[in-house]
Design a protein around this ligand. Structure first.
Ligand code: HEM
Length: 124
């Protein structure tokens, strides 16, 4: 029997698109984060949905289009302090909470995001 992926338990593409849309609304209003991001976030959102799909065990959409994520390397051009990593996680937590996803799946996703976010810190 195939275990159900985190992607499916969260609600699939539709759920990820909703959460990520809200996430970038919070990011664009956050004083510590908004200066790092482009004004126009359509492409950023599209890539993040692709990435989160594969991160949660769905289809490897990000890699199919952009190659290996190399996330830490791709974030090196941005000054990511512990404070910014914390801010990123707060925006994600609020976005997840706004959409009433299944609790256990949300907790698991968020836990994995905390690990990845701390790995992105490249400036203290
Ligand atoms: C891209 C910031 C954490 C996944 C980006 C970009 C910025 C950024 C500024 C470029 C956006 C653009 O030009 O479109 C941050 C900050 C973080 C953080 C401040 C705080 C820790 C994370 C985490 C993940 C992630 C935890 C995944 C779990 C991505 C992906 C991209 C991206 C997939 C697109 C890369 C590409 O251009 O192909 N991030 N990020 N980021 N970030 Fe983050």
């Amino acid at each position: 029997i195939q275990p159900t992926s985190l992607f499916e338990r969260l609600g699939g593409t539709e759920a990820l698109e909703r959460v990520i849309g809200t996430f970038y609304d919070y990011v664009s209003e956050h004083p510590d984060l908004s200066p790092l991001f482009p004004e126009e976030l359509t492409e950023t959102k599209r890539k993040q949905v692709q990435f989160m799909t594969q991160f949660t065990g769905g289809q490897p959409l990000y890699t199919a289009e952009h190659g290996h994520p190399r996330l830490r390397a791709r974030h090196l051009p941005f000054e990511i302090t512990p404070r910014r990593a914390e801010a990123w996680l707060v925006c994600m937590k609020l976005a997840i909470e706004d959409h009433d996803l299944p609790q256990k799946a949300s907790e698991e996703w968020f836990h994995r995001l905390t690990l990845t976010a701390s790995h992105m810190v490249n400036q203290h």
